[in-house]
Design a protein around this ligand. Structure first.
Ligand SMILES: [Zn+2]
Ligand SMILES: [Zn+2]
Length: 311
């Protein structure tokens, strides 16, 4: 919890506050949960990239990396209204078959809806082919699971509003991820508040533009020092290539300073243990900052509240 600190009130004062400020005293129906804050490197502490945004009673998933379905089960979320992909790098999509097929086996009756960059529809069509045996057996022969539950409604998107339902608006915007084009970040608006998710990007002015005025900015980061120490088998060229695809803490700090969110949060942290990432960010940003952890949740309302993942 970073913004709302425990405060001791005289009971009369507390009763007065609850009476006159109900909207402030209670959290809004807008929560972001970091399901996986890692990257391709397998580690038990940081699962693959995936973020759940809950707004207006809807569960929207952004990316579906390794273990996303397990993290959803840990927080007892069974139904997903839609999946939005930032780009098609494997660390962001490798959990899709699990979400899609296990969700069906566990009782989903509606199609899985997916929005993503060009190539998303084709990828999902190939996945349907890859799992054709299991789908046929469970749907037509053995369990007779509902056919609609394994259907996929996938859409290739471009920059702009891609989803608007029940007061929740999702806007995709282009970011800079080397030759991985298109790669998107997302802004989710609900009830006068918003969260922006960077996806994978190096420093992006377009992100700054779309993120202006947001409450919470969740951004990726690569720590060049810790990364160089870990990736000793990579050539200098390979390391430079990786660095060019991501955002250094100093550059992320510049983004945070320009956007000035109520809270900046790191997720998709490369490498998983980057001990000086905050220190490096402080060269260019002095505002509120959290290093994300798996199952950390952020409530967004008139105030922003962070809960660690030990719930
Ligand atoms: Zn990635
Ligand atoms: Zn990537």
């Amino acid at each position: 919890m970073i913004v709302m600190r425990a405060m001791r009130f005289h009971s009369c004062a507390l009763a007065f506050l609850l009476f006159v400020l109900p909207a402030v005293a209670f959290p809004q129906d807008f929560t972001v949960t970091l399901l996986g804050t890692g990257n391709p490197r397998p580690t038990i502490k940081r699962f693959g990239p995936s973020i759940l945004v809950q707004a207006g009673g809807q569960n929207l998933l952004f990316d579906c990396g390794r273990g996303a379905t397990i993290r959803l089960a840990q927080i007892k979320v069974e139904h997903i209204n839609g999946l939005f992909l930032t780009h098609l790098h494997s660390d962001h999509i490798v959990g899709i078959p699990d979400l899609w097929l296990t969700g069906w086996v566990m009782g989903r009756k509606d199609p899985l809806r997916i929005w993503g960059p060009m190539g998303t529809q084709e990828m999902m069509a190939h996945l349907e082919q890859a799992y054709a045996f299991d789908i046929h057996i469970r749907r037509d022969v053995d369990q007779h699971l509902p056919a609609t539950g394994v259907e996929v409604l996938a859409k290739d998107i471009e920059q702009g509003v891609v989803y608007a339902n029940g007061g929740v608006k999702v806007t995709a915007f282009l970011v800079e991820h080397g030759l991985v084009k298109p790669a998107f970040g997302y802004r989710i608006d609900y009830a006068g508040h918003s969260v922006v998710l960077s996806g994978d990007t190096s420093y992006s002015e377009n992100l700054v533009r779309f993120a202006r005025g947001t409450d919470v900015l969740v951004h990726e980061v690569i720590d060049p020092v810790a990364y160089a120490a870990l990736a000793t088998s990579d050539s200098a060229e390979e390391r430079a290539h990786i660095l060019a695809h991501h955002t250094t803490p100093e550059d992320a700090g510049k983004v945070f300073t320009k956007v000035a969110p109520k809270l900046a949060v790191y997720s998709h942290i490369v490498p998983p243990d980057a001990p000086t990432v905050v220190q490096q960010t402080r060269k260019t940003y002095s505002g509120p900052l959290e290093v994300g952890e798996d199952l950390m949740s952020i409530e967004i309302g008139d105030q922003v509240r962070v809960k660690r993942g030990d719930r």
